[in-house]
Design a protein around this ligand. Structure first.
Ligand code: ADP
Length: 540
């Protein structure tokens, strides 16, 4: 009777996994030499496991002796197949020289002959009741055999470690897995299957066949990582084919007609479900591959955009700086002419023209300041000088400064306190002033008639100070509301009321508020219904 004890069952399990991983790797890329050589190694490892099962399972000493010799042949095949693998792994393109590939085989062939010929390496097998069989071998030949295995593995390690030292990051990660897995397997395998038997201990001479799984899993993982999707398809296919084979076996072997009928029905169902499964996996994999390709394209495009964006900010900064000095001269001289520093005007037309020059240059100064602010923000060069600021004082100061303009535009402005003060915040005075000016300025620009109300309030529970600037102006549509604070955004109707805008002011406000850890938002019931801009700071 063939003995199927726990160890043999474990070996059968490891053998099945080994073979499955080998096939998956091979079928994923049949033309790839790394995959092929790994498959050869897997076949050797599988033969090693299978011969061990046979050797341990057969009931008589003569048959066990027969299998013991093949066990040694299979074990000798492992280092040579793995040596080939170690030559090409991560450096696929290199070919072995003719001489080397001939020389490599000689020691192997010698080992095969000595293992197979009865009475050279192995003299017989002795059964021990309740323990592992003992192999009677020739001490000297066994020593040579061990030297062959160890020597070849040493060669393999030299190959792998040399590659590890000289290769780049990705190949290094691959090699790390392979070296670690191999180390685990060989330490166990060489000890349990070579050294201990040499000392007459056979209790663990099956352990190497189990621990070989470490290197097989490690290599499988490292090879299939770059082709994960394809591996998934092949794994599914293999699983489905094995299921079909199993069901077919049942149909052939079923005892009576009823059983056969049931098995045929099950087989048909398995075939249909299997095909559907494979197709759905292939579909999913295709979609994922496409997505991965798109993600890579997107990443490249993004990198390029980032560079362009940076170049744009630099250009903006340089151009604005260059524009500033001639503009200062234009503004300065036109102002001096208007003040009469160069004598009286010949006529009113001339005065009007100079006034236009002065006003336009003033507007340009503001626009250039916006550009400079944007480029400072984008390049992270904006400097902040925080101190305790009284927001009430600041707001009323701004209102006072802007009042003449507001009155000239035929509008009214009111400043109201909605709660008790004081309204201290931690802020950069200049920047907050710039923000409040900008928002009140906008309220003036976009309000044809009516007025502006500025509210200040403090919430003691949330410890926030809120400045709300409401106007009775053109309002903001619900489509524009969410994008208003983006760069260069102007509402559709903005041009009809004010043609000079750049769409940068609110963007700058949003960025400055971010630096203050505050909040800015806008509310508007709709077009022509006015709007309210809110600036919220943490109170001191
Ligand atoms: P600019 O005023 O230079 O166009 P801003 O960034 O200051 O740029 O404003 C962006 C847009 O927001 C304006 O073009 C306008 O459409 C809208 N907007 C700003 N303030 C108001 C307001 N008080 N009422 C209505 N719309 C406004």
């Amino acid at each position: 009777m063939f003995s199927f004890d726990t160890i043999n069952i474990t070996l059968a399990f490891v053998g099945t996994v080994t073979l499955a991983l080998g096939f998956i790797t091979y079928l994923t890329e049949t033309k790839n030499r790394t995959n092929r050589f790994f498959f050869h190694f897997v076949l050797a490892a599988f033969a090693w496991i299978l011969t061990m099962i046979m050797y341990r399972g057969v009931p008589d000493q003569a048959t066990a002796f027969f299998w013991a010799r093949f066990l040694y042949v299979a074990a000798a095949t492992i280092p040579i197949t793995f040596l080939y693998f170690s030559f090409i792994f991560t450096t696929e393109e290199k070919k072995l020289s003719k001489l080397l590939s001939t020389v490599i085989w000689l020691p192997y062939l010698l080992m095969v002959v000595t293992a197979l010929a009865p009475g050279v390496l192995i003299h017989g097998v002795r059964f021990v009741s309740g323990g592992e069989h003992i192999i009677i071998f020739d001490k000297l030949w066994h020593f040579v055999y061990a030297a062959y295995i160890d020597g070849y593995f040493l060669w393999i390690y030299i190959n792998l470690i040399r590659k590890f030292i000289t290769s780049k990051s990705l190949a290094r990660t691959h090699l790390r897995y392979v070296i670690l897995g191999t180390l685990l397997s060989t330490v166990f395998g060489v000890t349990s299957n070579l050294l201990l038997p040499l000392m007459g201990i056979f209790t663990y001479n099956w352990l190497g066949q189990v621990t070989v799984i470490f290197m097989i899993v490690a290599i499988f993982y490292s090879i299939s990582r770059h082709n994960l999707f394809k591996t998934k398809v092949v794994t599914t296919e293999l699983f489905v084919f094995v299921l079909w084979a199993f069901m077919l076996g049942r149909v052939i072997l079923s005892g009576n007609n009823l059983d056969r009928l049931v098995d045929v029905a099950l087989l048909s169902a398995t075939i249909i479900i299997g095909i559907l499964l494979i197709r759905s996996v292939i579909k999913e994999v295709k979609i994922r591959e496409r997505m991965e390709a798109l993600a890579t394209e997107l990443a490249t495009a993004n990198d390029r955009l980032r560079v362009l964006d940076q170049q744009k900010s630099e250009f903006l900064s340089i151009a604005s700086h260059q524009l500033r000095s001639p503009l200062t001269a234009i503004k300065g001289y036109s102002s001096m002419i208007l003040e009469g520093s160069f004598g009286k005007f010949a006529n009113d037309k001339l005065r009007e023209a100079i006034e236009r020059i002065f006003l336009s240059s003033e507007r340009l100064v503001i626009i250039i300041e916006d550009f400079l602010n944007v480029s400072r923000i984008e390049q992270g060069r904006m400097q902040y000088d925080f101190s305790t600021v009284n927001l009430e004082e600041l707001a009323s100061g701004v209102i006072k400064d802007l009042e003449p303009n507001i009155v000239r535009a035929g509008l009214t402005i009111k400043f109201e306190k909605k709660s008790e003060g004081p309204f201290f915040i931690s802020a950069d005075f200049g920047k907050v002033r710039q923000m409040v000016t900008n928002i009140i300025d906008n309220a003036v620009k976009y309000t044809p008639k009516g007025g502006i109300i500025v509210n200040i309030s403090r919430n003691n529970t949330s410890r926030k100070v809120l400045l709300a600037i409401s106007d009775t102006g053109i309002g903001i549509s619900s489509e524009t509301l969410p994008i208003l604070f983006q760069k260069f955004t102007r509402a559709k109707g903005a041009n009809t009321v004010n043609t000079q805008g750049t769409g940068l002011g609110l963007y700058v406000v949003k960025e400055l508020m971010k630096a203050h850890k505050g909040n800015v938002w806008v509310e508007s019931p709709g077009l022509d219904k006015g709007s309210t801009f809110n600036l919220e700071f943490a109170s001191e």
